[in-house]
Design a protein around this ligand. Structure first.
Ligand code: SF4
Length: 479
């Protein structure tokens, strides 16, 4: 073990080793040794293992089952794919530059989709979490935004303390948006920043003057938003330790409440748009990991708490509190404390989880629209979770969020200790215990400071779909 675990309490973890230290060298070596293409475990099983035969009939069954639990709150995701212009590094389901009437038509179809769902699960169901993602949700005009939010208000009962969040692009934001969003009931804004460095921005086809980010931040604060998140991306072309440090320190000065850092996966053969990225300046794996270690160092030094693998939040933020108390959750919308057991998704490519089934909408706008026009739900794949899937999903999620593997799963619906449920899997932990990624406690295993970089490796021990699978899909690399 190269970094000590400090276990429970406090902010939980030692900062990473400083630049060019022997400890950092040792960590690089470990990461190279354990590098594997592994899923990010946003869901278990992961999307590539879902069933393409799962269609509308199965979705209707799931909705009807969810309708049998009318008092259970829901999470709601709305996918809004429109963007001003496509960024070269984009890995999202996004569509560039559409006219207002195309967006209006999309919103109309969303209303049909919402109506179809509510017809089955019941009108006025409580909602504890709403997230608008994309694409660029603030590509909508104020009138379109108000119309869409009104549709959700008519269909659901949004709880007074619900988490209501939206992803925003500072480049298309206007001064009128944050006050409107606040009036409607949004309480969290997440904005894409990626990197303030101009050369990096040119290489990724996303020129975003710092003044755009600062303006949206100021408008949001003035409108009364107490929770603002910045998204950063590391591993982009021309990012160096020095250039990225300038971005990190500027972010600290601007003081968002949360920061999410995403690893750039350059996969031009899968994502055609990435062929436009200036790949000559891409950092190698070691440099990329160095960028992430610098990120942890700067943000922890600035007082942020490191959450999960790649998020940061102020110590009094509810994510930080939940992480310290080991009750943090994660769903398709990210880390949260408000996730409901069932999540309904609207819009092209939207992913839901209802009554023990994962379900995904068609990611092609034309197909999504045509299905709804023909009176059908636009489902392209899904998965019904077995009891085995559910217990593995719980353990993997708990590990990724709360950095522990508890012995006692008897209080969960699974009704047996881990040693019994995972008798065949637990020996797979041995190499990670030996490397010092996990340490035994009186109640289970804690992930150590070093082990934090290997969460996906540890989680994969519990992934029954990876074992002996010759046709494993390709996932992005560990860091
Ligand atoms: S704004 Fe976001 S979703 Fe839209 S193209 Fe750029 S990276 Fe993709």
């Amino acid at each position: 073990m190269i970094l000590p675990s400090v276990g429970r309490g406090g902010l939980g973890f030692e900062p990473p080793p400083p630049h060019e230290s022997p400890e950092r060298e040792e960590l690089f070596g470990l990461i190279e040794r354990h590098a594997k293409a592994l899923p990010r475990y946003t869901s278990y099983p992961t999307v590539p293992y879902w069933d393409a035969e799962f269609g509308e009939a199965e979705y209707v069954d799931a909705l009807d089952d969810a309708g049998d639990a009318p008092d259970q709150p829901l999470s709601v995701y709305v996918h809004l794919p429109f963007c001003g212009k496509r960024c070269y590094y984009c890995g999202c389901n996004a569509i560039a530059g559409h006219r207002a009437e195309v967006v209006d038509r999309y919103i109309e179809r969303l209303s049909w989709e919402i109506e179809g769902v509510v017809d089955r699960i019941g009108v006025g169901r409580s909602v504890s979490q709403i997230h608008w993602g994309g694409g660029t949700p603030n590509f909508l005009t104020d009138a379109q935004t108000a119309r869409l939010f009104g549709m959700l208000e008519s269909a659901f009962h949004i709880e007074a303390d619900a988490e209501v969040s939206i992803e925003m692009d500072p480049r298309v934001a206007t001064a009128s948006q944050p006050p409107l969003l606040k009036r409607l009931g949004f309480n969290r804004i997440s904005m894409g920043v990626q990197d303030f460095d101009h050369r990096v921005q040119v290489a990724i086809g996303r020129i975003q003057p710092e003044s755009d980010t600062v303006s949206l931040l100021e408008w949001s604060r003035t409108a009364g938003f107490e929770s603002v998140n910045f998204d950063l991306v590391y591993g982009l072309p021309y990012q160096t330790s020095e250039s990225f440090a300038r971005t990190l320190h500027r972010v600290v000065e601007l003081a968002p409440d949360r920061i999410a850092t995403f690893s750039y996966a350059h996969l031009p053969q899968v994502r055609r748009i990435q062929r436009a990225v200036d790949a000559t300046g891409l950092p190698d794996n070691r440099a990329k990991l160095g960028l992430f270690l610098d990120t942890v160092e700067v943000f922890e030094e600035a007082g942020y708490q490191w959450i999960g693998f790649d998020h940061f939040a102020t110590p009094d933020d509810e994510l930080s509190v939940a992480a310290r108390e080991r009750r943090l959750l994660r769903n398709f919308m990210g880390y949260t404390t408000h996730a409901a057991p069932d999540q309904v998704a609207f819009g092209m490519s939207g992913i839901g989880c209802l009554a023990g089934r994962f379900v995904q909408n068609d990611p092609r706008i034309k197909n999504w629209e045509e299905s709804l026009e023909a009176g059908h739900f636009p489902i392209v794949r899904g998965h019904r979770l077995s009891l085995d899937d559910q217990v593995r999903s719980y353990v993997i999620q708990h590990l990724m969020c709360n950095l522990e593997l508890p012995d006692d799963l008897t209080s969960e619906p699974f009704g047996a200790p881990m040693a019994e449920l995972f008798a065949r899997d637990l020996p797979g932990l041995a190499p990670y215990v030996e490397e010092g990624f996990l340490e035994r406690t009186a109640t289970g295993w804690d992930v150590t400071s070093t082990g934090r970089f290997f969460l996906r490796n540890i989680a994969s021990v519990f992934d029954a779909y990876l074992v002996d699978s010759a046709d494993r899909p390709t996932f992005s690399s560990t860091v």
